[in-house]
Design a protein around this ligand. Structure first.
Ligand SMILES: Cc1cc2nc3c(=O)[nH]c(=O)nc-3n(C[C@H](O)[C@H](O)[C@H](O)COP(=O)(O)OP(=O)(O)OC[C@H]3O[C@@H](n4cnc5c(N)ncnc54)[C@H](O)[C@@H]3O)c2cc1C
Length: 408
């Protein structure tokens, strides 16, 4: 058994710690703010098991200028960050060929296939099975053209087992009476589910990891030097094996051992409205405008947006307000006052594939990051795969598409 140091106490780091503790390893986790805010807390809370089609797809390039013109539209890019983003963008465009889209979709389908097999036992152990609502998700459309335009996407997901029950606006309103008349078409994906509050799951998981012997250290990891993780205060945490699970910050740490990984911060926003005046049963995805609303215990969470501005730029919370205003178009009864606004960093690769596997330079260092829009969904599955790698077990999934070396 090894002493494993994991950087990051998000869903990926904690799920990995849990799997490694089960294998009998000694585990130390380090995070600059172990219990503090992170993408794993404020996300939309969905287990998006059919989210297997990459962000870069054929024809996307023609939509981008229109999105960028709208300052509060689904995509924004801060000009000051553009020069740093160029290599990532070039790789993103390269991933948008039909052949690449099909390859990436197959890889993500393999990775998402065991999500419930990995998540449900973990929730059971945490005593939190009741926090997951297995009621599906509803894609809603304002136009017939928008619905028709997504037919190819639905067909691709169906070819990998995705279920989409197509319906008209009235049927959608029978399922979700809060939807307005502007909804003309919809598709129900029964395989999705959502959490009452992802932060609550994270808090319980962190407690469980600690109670099983995982040591949680507060500190900023600045480098991997030899066989130790160096913290900003000079502390060195020695390891036999090490896992980079630092979310959107992972590329910085990977660079200290000469690994080039293209993980960018894709900043997302939300607003959680406790007294929204709207009752939804399931997560609703506003497909044409690319945002979602999830009914949580803590209120209606309305979230989305993809903002490329780097890790350090201040948040633009006008985006949260814009999402609430957009949601009002679909949910006429929505009261937008009194919400809590939030921004988080999705760790996003240009090919939409996470990075899971050994370092290109150091077999004792394992990458586990870059999960983009589905990091919550893939947390326990990633943890199990990393534990398999460290134990020298054959992984049930071919990890070649997720290798860090694809960026070198
Ligand atoms: C608006 C929004 C909605 C989303 N909705 C969903 C959804 O519905 N379903 C889904 O599956 N996913 C969703 N996601 C994506 C998901 O939240 C992320 O993919 C996931 O949380 C990433 O987890 P992580 O553990 O890799 O990173 P994080 O949760 O960001 O954790 C990384 C941790 O590493 C720490 N860290 C980083 N660098 C260092 C360092 N050098 N030293 C010490 N500590 C460090 C950070 O402090 C942080 O705590 C959403 C994301 C956003 C932003």
């Amino acid at each position: 058994m090894s002493h494993v140091v994991i950087v990051g106490t998000g869903i990926i780091g904690l799920s990995t710690a849990r799997a490694l503790l089960s294998d009998g390893h000694v585990v130390t986790l380090v995070d600059r703010n172990p219990a503090g805010d992170k993408a794993s807390f404020g996300n939309a809370g969905g287990l998006g098991v059919t989210e297997i089609v990459p962000a870069s797809v054929p024809g996307l390039i023609w939509k981008i200028p229109g999105w960028l013109i709208d300052p509060l539209g689904p995509l924004s890019l801060r000009p000051g960050h553009f020069p740093k983003l160029v290599p990532w963008l070039l790789r993103f465009m390269k991933s948008g060929s039909r052949q690449e889209m099909l390859r990436i979709t197959s890889a993500l389908a393999a990775l998402t296939a065991p999500v419930y097999d990995d998540f449900l036992p973990m929730l059971d152990e945490l005593g939190m099975s009741h926090e997951l609502h297995r009621v599906g998700a509803l894609w809603v459309y304002e136009t017939e053209a928008g619905f028709a335009a997504d037919a190819t996407d639905r067909a691709l997901r169906r070819s990998h087992g995705g279920i989409f029950e197509e319906m008209d606006g009235d049927e959608a309103r029978r399922l979700e009476p809060a939807l307005g008349k502007n909804v003309v078409r919809a598709a129900l994906t029964p395989q999705w589910s959502h959490f009452s509050d992802p932060k609550r799951v994270m808090d319980r998981l962190r407690e469980q990891v600690a109670s099983r012997g995982g040591k949680i250290v507060q500190g900023e990891a600045v480098a991997i030097a030899g066989t130790a993780v160096e913290l900003s205060d000079g502390t060195k945490l020695p390891f036999e094996r090490m896992v980079i699970a630092a979310g959107a910050w992972s590329a910085r740490l990977a660079a200290t051992i000469g690994d080039r990984v293209m993980v960018e911060s894709e900043r997302g926003y939300n607003i959680t409205i406790p007294d929204s005046g709207v009752c939804l049963t399931r997560e609703v995805i506003f497909a044409e405008r690319k945002f979602v609303a999830t009914p949580m215990d803590i209120g209606l969470r309305i979230g989305g947006a993809a903002e490329f501005a780097g890790l350090d730029a201040p948040a633009n919370y006008a985006r949260s307000d814009a999402l609430a205003a957009l949601a009002h178009l679909y949910l006429p009864g929505l009261k937008t006052e009194g919400g809590t606004r939030w921004m988080g960093h999705r760790p996003t690769t240009p090919d939409s594939l996470p990075v899971i596997g050994p370092s290109s330079n150091r077999p004792d260092v394992i990458h586990a990051h870059g999960h983009s829009h589905i990091g919550l969904t893939l947390g326990p599955t990633t943890g199990r795969l990393v534990a398999d790698l460290i134990a020298g077990r054959t992984t049930a999934i071919d990890l070649a598409p997720f290798s860090a070396s694809r960026f070198s």
